[in-house]
Design a protein around this ligand. Structure first.
Ligand code: PLP
Ligand code: GLG
Length: 800
């Protein structure tokens, strides 16, 4: 008899849920109703909800085992999963049961919900994309596992002190993480350093990777997948009792500390050699643990290596996990004793690579010296792959020496370094960009030589976002309205159905309900007057994203307000959100200047009720879910040709914000879909921006020729904003790397059109509804469907 058939199903009535909550409080949390704290209640609730998903997980795993399917493995250094409680309540169908049960036991549901901590295991778009793709994979019933690192400290917490960004450690799992299943017995061994002896690589340092997993439920289906995160532990006996007894307490644990540092923080500061080496260690740690786990799972049902690619596709999320390519070669050749050619053919049929950037400086390279010291055998393997690559290039393009130099996996000048992107393209069967324009630019600029050698390898998969998290959970009021407008909530699993809202843009009652939802979301955000236009720029701080352009516009508005308050048409609240990398001084200067401008405007009575600048600290998924529903205007104003895709742009459009943007990244596709009339386009396009950059561009002439621009920059230079930001203004005048001044006039004029449009609220609402109605394409479900048909070729497996 299969015992699983006798598993007691977990109940779905209020009484059963309450019973389970109580029994978990007693038996698993070990406390009582009388003495339970809010934390006890939160953790008990998490267990009660998690159990319901775990039951589905067990059925999913059984179905996967039974069908021995092709697996999609997603390797990513980052996951921005967002808060788990609300999502898991929704996906387990317990959203209504939970608060009632908590109240019945005397707890405040709000107080309990507030204890849910967001695991900040990523930086921004790339990490959040990884989380949205996992959500869609489970929703589409695809057998998939996400692999990552369980950083002790996630992305830093941002605070402002005197307007400056200060970074605080984010000890997100300080209380433990009730959503997580630790599986310390599944540990893997990872080697570093050492030498290559007659028997092969002998590592000089060994650490353990201990996994734990979080459940990744699908929406509207039984499937529950997992994301498996590795944590570094010292191999046994690292505690030196002799030293401890001698009073050398720090020295006694130094080996353990060194090992555990590997999963201590996301992106350790890489301004020192030590920091850079730690990053490389993290990358290999992730790859080595995950590949061994993948092989272990392959072996449950398979024994012939020739079947590996038929059962396994491994997606490399950017170059961070690229060491997986030489690592799988090492496992196959050194440990499994396969011939090099067979191993290489398996590797090249297993991996695929997503590139997320166009910035040349973001393409990772590692010093040959460092890589060879940390991973001597991998460097050998990389050299051999390179020799074969260059032979192929030479035979296809005889005599083209400079091509050989460009395509080599090894950069020679000014220092010998391994080019990870070239390795990623060479060791995979598919390479994709993340929006149409980006994928075109990859083959026409970044990877031209490779695209000429292997044209079929390159493809596009435009990014998408989870409508469950970013509409249903973030914006419940609007979701209810959409469902009533469409007559069903099927749009949550098929977002193209949103197109059914388009006719409602002409329905005055629906428009007024739509406006009421925006106002409600603005009121809930509590930042500014719900009658004012909420103009938002939320994303990481980077000069290419051009927060400085938005700021120049704000200063221009302020100057107009001061010179003629009576003529200031539309009240605006301008909201910035985002973090700067701790060592990125230019970005931090922009943050400081924004806070200074905000303070100056707030202190001036003339701006009262007309212009505000708000900058809530610590932009993360939790905050995004509050801001996005409230936004009226979405700022997507990067220099054309720099933003690979953007995903915030999609989330905002889906929630009815209208975009002001350049023709960059996925903005192009958003505009195509929502219609040029419902999108505020400005600025240079990619060819024009590239041409201007290549010419003798003089930002100072632009400054000389534009009175408002000159006034804005002069105000900063003259110390009008608390005397800060001169460095920002100076760098715009001297270099203006990202053509901020060149696009200023076009941007400010377009913003005047935005203000004029806002004055016709009926028309604005029509545009807002049409943005939502025509953004169904940007569902992560569609993205995953594209990955499946273009790259992964895996099929759904549904639990019985
Ligand atoms: N950070 C967080 C917390 C997000 O939710 C998102 C996407 O919505 C991003 C960063 C990426 O923003 P963008 O695509 O505008 O760069
Ligand atoms: C990158 C890019 C974004 C992109 C995201 C997801 O800069 O344009 O939307 O990946 O593909 N680091 C990132 O956020």
């Amino acid at each position: 008899m299969d015992l699983r058939n006798g598993l007691r199903p977990l109940g779905s009535t209020p009484a059963e849920f309450e019973q389970d909550l109580l029994s978990n409080l007693y038996y698993r949390r070990g406390t009582t109703v009388e003495s339970a704290s809010a934390q006890d209640a939160y953790e008990t609730l998490a267990l009660t909800v998690r159990d319901r998903l775990a039951a589905r997980r067990a059925r999913t795993a059984a179905a996967h085992y039974e069908s021995n399917p092709r697996w999609v493995y997603y390797l990513s250094a980052e996951y921005l999963l967002g808060p788990q409680l609300e999502q898991n309540l929704l996906y387990s169908g317990t959203t209504d049961l939970a608060p009632a049960a908590l109240k019945a036991l005397g707890f405040s549901p709000e107080e309990v919900a507030a204890l849910d901590v967001e695991p900040g295991l990523g930086n921004g778009g790339l990490g959040r994309l990884a989380a949205c793709l996992l959500d869609a994979l489970a929703t589409l019933d695809i057998p998939a596992v996400g692999y990552g690192i369980r950083y002790d400290l996630g992305i830093f917490k941002q605070e402002f002190q005197n307007g400056e960004q200060v970074e605080r450690p984010d000890d997100w799992a300080f209380q433990g993480d009730p959503w997580e299943f630790p599986a310390p017995d599944d540990w893997q061994t990872v080697g570093f350093y050492g030498f290559i002896g007659p028997e092969g690589w002998v590592p000089g340092e060994v650490v353990h990777g201990e996994p734990s997993h979080l459940l990744v439920p699908g929406y509207g289906t039984e499937t529950v997948n997992i994301v498996r995160l590795w944590r570094a532990r010292a191999a046994q006996a690292s505690f030196d009792l002799r030293r401890f007894s001698a009073g050398q307490y720090a020295e006694a644990v130094q080996d353990a500390v060194r090992a555990e540092n590997i999963s201590k923080v996301l992106y350790p500061d890489d301004s020192t050699d030590m920091g850079r080496e730690l990053r490389l260690k993290q990358q290999y740690f992730l790859v080595s643990c995950s590949l061994r786990d993948i092989v272990r799972r392959f072996r449950f049902r398979n024994s012939d290596w020739a079947d590996f690619p038929a059962k396994t596709v491994i997606q490399l999320n950017d170059t961070h996990p690229t060491l997986a390519i030489p690592e799988l070669m090492r496992l196959l050749v050194d440990e499994e004793r396969l011939e090099w050619e067979q191993a290489w053919s398996l590797v090249r049929s297993t991996f695929a690579y997503t590139c997320h950037t166009l910035l040349p400086e973001a393409l990772e390279t590692w010093p040959v010296e460092m890589l060879g010291r940390l991973l001597p055998r991998h460097l050998e393997i990389i050299y051999k792959i390179n020799a074969e690559l260059l032979d192929e290039v030479r035979s296809r393009f005889p005599g083209d020496v400079s091509r050989v130099r460009r395509m080599s996996l090894i950069q020679e000048e000014p220092e010998r370094r391994v080019r990870m992107a070239n390795l990623a393209v060479t060791g995979t069967f598919a390479v994709n960009g993340v929006a149409e324009l980006h994928s075109q630019l990859l083959t026409s600029t970044t990877f031209t030589d490779f695209a000429e050698l292997w044209p079929d390898r390159f493809t596009n998969v435009t990014n998408g976002v989870s409508p469950r998290r970013f509409v249903r959970l973030a914006n419940p009021g609007l979701s209810t309205l959409i469902t009533s407008g469409l007559g069903s909530d099927a749009w949550l699993r098929d977002l193209s159905l949103l197109s059914g809202l388009a006719p409602l843009a002409d329905d005055a009652t629906f428009r007024s309900q739509w406006r009421a939802e925006k106002r409600r979301a603005k009121a809930a955000l509590g930042l500014g007057d719900p009658g004012a236009m909420l103009d938002v720029m939320i994303k990481r701080f980077h000069e290419y994203k051009r927060q400085q352009l938005k700021l120049l516009h704000v200063i221009t508005l302020y100057h107009r307000l001061r010179s003629n308050p009576g003529a200031f048409g539309v009240p605006r609240t301008v909201l910035f959100g985002g973090k700067a990398a701790p060592a990125y001084y230019a970005a931090k200067s922009i943050i400081r200047l924004i806070n200074a401008v905000s303070a100056t405007i707030a202190a001036d009575p003339v701006s009262s009720g007309l212009l505000r600048v708000v900058f809530p600290a610590n932009y993360n998924v939790t905050l995004a879910e509050k801001i996005i529903p409230a936004a009226d205007l979405s700022e997507q104003i990067s220099m054309a040709g720099k933003e690979a895709s953007g995903t915030g742009n999609m989330k905002l459009a889906l929630n009815g914000a209208i975009t002001i943007g350049t023709l960059d990244g996925a903005n192009v596709e958003i505009r195509d879909r929502v219609g040029a009339d419902n999108f505020f386009l400005f600025g240079l396009d990619t060819p024009a921006a590239a041409a201007l950059r290549a010419s003798d561009y003089r930002p100072r002439s632009v400054y000389d020729a534009d009175d408002e621009l000159r006034a804005a920059l002069d105000a900063i230079l003259g110390g009008a904003f608390g005397g800060v930001g001169q460095d920002v203004a100076q760098s715009l005048l001297d270099r203006d790397e990202y053509l901020t001044l060149a696009d200023y006039r076009s941007y400010v004029d377009k913003q005047d059109e935005v203000s004029a449009a806002w004055q016709d609220q009926e028309q604005w609402t029509r545009m807002s509804i049409l943005n939502t109605a025509n953004s169904g394409f940007f569902s992560a479900d569609r993205t995953v469907a594209d990955y499946l048909s273009r790259i992964w070729h895996a099929t759904p497996v549904r639990p019985a």
